[in-house]
Design a protein around this ligand. Sequence first.
Ligand code: SF4
Length: 327
Amino acid sequence: MPRQRVLSGMRPTGALHLGHYHGALKNWVRLQSSYDCFFFVADWHALTTHYQHREGLEQSVYDMVVDWLAAGVDPEQATLFIQSRMPEHAELFTLLAMSTPSSWLERMPSYKDMVAENRELATYGFLGYPLLQAADILIYKAGFVPVGEDQAPHVEVTREVARRFNHLYAPLLPEPQALLTETSRLPGLDGRKMSKTYGNAIAMRDAPEVVADKVRRMPTDPQRVRRQDPGDPTQCPVWALHQVYADSDTRAWIDAGCRSAGIGCLDCKQPLIDAIQREQAPWRERADELLADPKKVHWIVEVGTERARAVARKTLKEVRVAMGLAY
Ligand code: SF4
């Protein structure tokens, strides 16, 4: 039986951090053996919000793909490609736009808020972004889209777009389902969401000494001023990272040691440093090999793009026929 198709994209943000790994990539690696996975670099999506920032885009794209591969995304199992290399997405986007009520896009949660906050986002491209996403998904007839809860409305609009197309023309585009999977939202070094913008991230390829330095400088429970002061782990961003990295014995040791001042904060941070460095070691090894052979990365993307194109073209052909455009 053919495997169900999963589609997921990531904006090219350059080198990825541990938040990207635990929030998405780890899941991709898990999914690729059970589903026919299509993973793409969403560079057009990046331009919907950062259209003035073209410098460094190419570098960001390839740095990110290197991190995907380093994390264990396997181009033999999954299809990796770049959105802007696929004009087929743009054609389907245009065709779907004809019958999509603009109110569906205007009512997307966050659209109005984001435009009110930043007038530079009052563009046609940003408004149309969920429809472009729908085209990205529907062109591959993906059965599933892995999402966090906040993105579920985007899958919903894709389903509505598909329903409308199927009703108006022909039952061609399957409605995808949101695949709610177990991911961890990794907090950053200061307890807020891990983000390059906040300067609180550990990159997937940070050198071991950089990781150690970043973790040692992390703020801790503000009440624990001196070594002999007891602390409360729930008030500490280090503890939040231990939730992802430490086993239950280590967590019990920290909880008791922190509350009784039996351990110091540097003692507490060491197992975290060790765990992150252990996790990174195979990534670094794979990334070093790829960085020494950049043509290989380009080739992987090339092969994936052509594989994706064959599927996209087939769907477009059907869509053109259904819409009376096969001349
Ligand atoms: Fe945070 Fe650990 Fe220090 Fe407690 S011992 S305040 S959990 S770093």
